[in-house]
Ligand binder design. Structure first.
Ligand SMILES: NC(=O)C1=CN([C@@H]2O[C@H](COP(=O)(O)OP(=O)(O)OC[C@H]3O[C@@H](n4cnc5c(N)ncnc54)[C@H](OP(=O)(O)O)[C@@H]3O)[C@@H](O)[C@H]2O)C=CC1
Ligand SMILES: O=C(O)C(=O)[C@@H](O)[C@H](O)C(=O)CO
Length: 289
């Protein structure tokens, strides 16, 4: 995956490389997750994280913290365009006109001229409104309300249906992805289509992944933490991660994964963890409104 340096701002030592998107936009090599942070916690965490080097903040209408995320981005005081914000259309807002209204609401709450990246949060196949939802995002992109458009928790079949019915492909599919759930076929299919697979739940969501022996052993060998090994593994497979932490020291640690590389033996050992076990919901079964 090609990268472009962003080491131009004053506190640039931990700024991740940019990942180019098919529409000319970019995604940061590591984004900050904000699920479970309320407005005030998100505002403080976002401002501090941008000062530490984060350049992409991940929120969603569903997280009820877009106000704090937008304020935190402004508090950090970087030049426009230096920090990207991702938000998502929740299941209950799917449908063409509903999406137009929901995205305008997110834009106003975030307090931005345009949303950098807007995703369809979950496909909700039984509702069967994701194509109409997508048409609305295509229109919002043409109108300049949203710069890049993508999906989350979509299968290759669902992505292909969007393209077949609208002629427009997403530039990102944000999916659960970590060593227990490497999603190899999905990643390969997305790569063939020029779509970036972005990894949510990259640390396994506090469910024991970071205690797994291959990860602990690699961490010991490199003098880093298990979280840094899990994030480095994602960087190496070309899936930019979105880790969340409520703790400033951990957030900085989670950025610092570009100064070491896993060995082939470590990668082979980590591959033994690929049980397919999910830490979150299964989008082929569960639907989140
Ligand atoms: N598109 C989608 O459907 C989804 C998107 N997401 C996005 O992805 C983000 C990340 O996923 P999330 O569910 O939060 O799970 P993560 O895999 O990021 O795990 C977060 C957990 O890991 C802990 N943690 C963070 N850093 C470290 C560290 N360095 N060492 C040890 N533990 C650590 C956190 O604790 P603590 O906070 O105490 O540090 C928290 O308990 C979300 O916040 C959200 O933005 C998430 C789920 C679904
Ligand atoms: O964090 C997200 O983006 C979600 O969709 C969450 O709601 C997540 O899926 C979850 O764990 C809900 O229980």
């Amino acid at each position: 995956m090609s990268t472009e340096s962003t080491r131009s701002s004053p506190d640039a030592s931990l700024v991740p490389p940019r990942i180019p998107l098919a529409d000319g936009g970019w995604l940061s090599g590591i984004a900050l997750g904000t699920w479970k942070l309320d407005h005030d916690a998100a505002r403080a965490a976002v401002a501090e994280s941008i000062r530490a080097g984060y350049r992409q903040i991940d929120t969603a209408a569903r997280y009820h913290n877009e106000l704090g995320v937008g304020q935190g981005i402004r508090d950090a005081g970087l030049a426009p365009g230096e920090v990207q914000v991702t938000t998502k259309v929740r299941g209950g807002d799917q449908g063409h006109d509903e999406t137009l209204r929901a995205v305008e609401s997110s834009r106003r709450i975030l307090g931005v001229d345009a949303i950098d990246l807007c995703l369809v949060h979950w496909p909700l196949p039984r509702l069967d409104r994701y194509v109409d939802t997508w048409r609305a995002l295509v229109r919002l992109q043409a109108d300049g309300v949203v710069r890049s458009i993508g999906v989350s928790n979509f299968s290759l079949e669902q992505v292909d249906r969007l393209v077949a019915e609208t002629g427009v492909a997403p530039v990102v599919d944000q999916v659960e992805l970590h060593p227990r759930l490497p999603q190899e076929a999905l990643r390969a299919g997305l790569a063939e289509r020029g779509i970036v697979a972005q990894a949510w739940g990259p640390l396994g969501r506090g469910k024991g992944l970071l205690d797994a022996e291959p990860i602990v052993a690699a961490a010991r060998a490199h003098g880093v933490t298990p979280a840094q090994v899990a994030l480095r593994w994602l960087v190496e497979v070309g899936a930019p991660p979105v880790p969340k932490s409520g703790d400033a020291a951990r957030r900085r640690q989670n950025l610092d994964v570009f100064a070491f590389a896993l060995t082939p033996a470590e990668r082979a050992s980590i591959a033994t963890l690929a049980t397919g076990e999910r830490a979150g919901k299964d989008p082929s079964i569960d639907e989140e409104f």
